[in-house]
Design a protein around this ligand. Structure first.
Ligand SMILES: [Zn+2]
Ligand SMILES: [Zn+2]
Length: 548
């Protein structure tokens, strides 16, 4: 019988760009297709998506892409894969509505095969099938995915927590997870993001009390920033505002769009008369106002960041305002977030970013919840996903403490298939994998060389060498010109570099001057070495040879 391969295209040993292929013979199903955000060394990079080469090369075997939920780290890569493959994309109605808004900005959605499912459906995919199971997280309609293979169920937990008082009242289908355990889970791929946190995570419901407290003690307007997809958080803001006599307006395009979509679909239910338009706020006193805003990650173009810089024409910060920071910084964004918070304080606002009663809770399972998932589903093999190496290590330690033998636990790597048959599991030959950097224009494929050049220019500046030669005669015309931008070194560095270059050029014979490629290389090398020796700087050196 066919070997079953679980191939992480992205999302293991890292948090972000989740994408897993499960292959049996000629059938492949893909679970999620996410993006991640650049680190501080990736200058000018907007987003990072997985290298989809393996999926594109095997496109005739793709039976479907199945989405667990609408977070960017699970769906944001779709615009970069879908133009190259031709298979259906399955999602819940909610996830579908949210991704549709975003896909429309980049692709012709009519040409896509977007399909919806309900938790509990069984979706056929060649010899494989996929069953979504409802699970609680920080966005509505999240599903774990049970992929039935010839050797048992491969269960992807998705991002999850066990929240027994979810805001929408829709509980994790714990009973079904238990049944799958009885049927036979071959492999559990479990969320491990919060494996460092002991105990049980607090319920999303607990945020209501924290919000209520801040709403009541704030004398002026209350602004709240969170992820534009955090519908349950926004639902609680509407409820708390109704209870405390405030109206709610929304600023930020994505948030306005999501709220409108969710209200239409019945996923958001604001108490009557609470929601108002931004323009209508002038009819109310500051203590009667609450405002939902984007910008929780310090995004430069977001409403909150622009307000903090007094550049947002629709709304200005006033002394006496309170901002509730109701989100978690995505690693890498901390500095931008603190800058925004500091600017708000400078304008006379108060920012609440920590509180004894929570104003934010995580959507990911803590240790005891992770153990509960293992106990419910009783998998034969286990592998943590959605975690960095330290999370993977700790997860496997915890599971060993629960009695699992080490040889049934795996630390996966992107691009390395985990192969399984009826008797054993082993790592297969790697498939192409990696990261693809996308810039603000949406163009994928920024190379390491481009990044390296940007890094040198950003750090030490740019030096342009211009030399004019007469190729006929094999002679220099005038002496070389060195121009610099963004360069700062000891006085006279450039003059000295010029003199050394001039001396070297004059020593060349006709043939050497005619060899333009070598000349370009040697000039760059000479100037680069001199500046590094004298000033310990590595500016980008750009040689130009003009032939007349
Ligand atoms: Zn995630
Ligand atoms: Zn998520």
């Amino acid at each position: 019988m066919s070997v079953v391969q679980v191939i992480p295209i992205g999302g293991v040993g890292e948090i972000g760009k989740n994408c897993t292929a499960i292959r049996q013979g000629d059938d492949i199903v893909v679970i999620d297709c996410g993006l991640t955000f650049p680190n501080e060394e990736m200058l000018g990079v907007d987003i990072v998506v997985p290298d989809f080469t393996y999926l594109i090369e095997n496109k005739k075997h793709l039976r479907g892409i199945f989405l667990t939920h609408a977070h960017e780290d699970h769906v944001g890569g779709l615009p970069y894969l879908l133009p190259h493959v031709d298979c259906p994309v399955y999602a819940t109605e909610f996830t579908h509505a949210l991704i549709r808004n975003k896909l429309e900005e980049k692709l012709d959605v009519r040409s896509l095969k977007l399909k919806t499912f309900k938790p509990g459906d069984v979706l056929e995919a060649g010899a494989l099938s996929v069953e979504p199971i409802r699970i609680t997280h920080s966005i509505p309609d999240t599903c774990a995915m049970a992929v039935r293979t010839a050797h048992g169920i491969v269960l992807l937990s998705s991002d999850f927590k066990f929240d027994f008082t979810p805001v929408d009242g829709k509980l994790s289908n714990i009973a079904r997870l238990g049944e799958l355990g009885k049927e036979g889970v071959l492999l559990l791929l479990s969320d491990s993001t919060n494996v460092e946190r002991p105990g049980w995570g607090p319920s999303e419901r607990e945020v209501s009390a924290g919000l209520r407290k801040v709403f009541l003690e704030s004398p002026g307007r209350v602004l709240l920033t969170t992820f534009a997809s955090n519908i349950h958080r926004m639902q609680q803001v509407y409820e708390v505002a109704a209870d405390t006599g405030r109206k709610v307006a929304v600023v930020g395009r994505r948030m306005e769009q999501n709220i409108e979509t969710c209200a239409k679909m019945g996923y958001l239910d604001s108490p009557k008369g609470v929601a108002v338009r931004l323009d209508d706020l002038r009819h109310y006193q500051p203590h009667q106002i609450a405002i939902l805003t984007t910008g929780s990650q310090g995004e430069p173009m977001s409403a909150l960041v622009q307000m903090s810089k007094e550049e947002y024409s629709r709304l200005r910060i006033q002394p006496g305002d309170t901002l509730i920071y109701s989100a978690r910084p995505i690693p890498g964004n901390e500095a931008a977030i603190w800058r925004t918070i500091n600017r708000l304080f400078k304008q006379g606002a108060r920012v609440v970013y920590e509180s004894a009663t929570p104003i934010h809770v995580s959507g990911h399972a803590y240790q005891e919840e992770l153990k509960m998932m293992v106990n419910l589903t009783r998998p034969y093999y286990l592998a943590p996903v959605h975690g960095e190496p330290r999370h993977q290590y700790l997860y496997n330690q915890i599971v060993q403490d629960m009695g699992y033998p080490e040889q049934r636990l795996f630390t996966l790597q992107d691009g390395v298939p985990l192969c399984m048959d009826d008797t054993k599991a082993w790592f297969g030959d790697p498939v192409p994998c990696g990261r693809v950097l996308v810039d603000n224009s949406g163009t994928p494929g920024i190379s390491d060389e481009v990044l390296r050049d940007r890094y040198h220019v950003a750090k030490d500046g740019l030096i342009v060498i211009t030399v004019v030669i007469d190729p006929e005669k094999g002679e220099l015309v005038g002496d070389p010109v060195l121009q610099a931008r963004g360069f700062h070194g000891p006085d006279g560095t450039l003059d000295r570099a010029h003199d050394i270059l001039w001396d070297a050029l004059r020593a060349l014979n006709r043939e050497e001057l005619r060899d333009v490629n070598k000349l370009r290389h040697d000039m760059t090398d000479l100037v680069r070495r001199f500046i590094h020796k004298r000033a310990s700087l590595r500016p980008l050196v750009l040689p130009t040879i003009v032939e007349i």
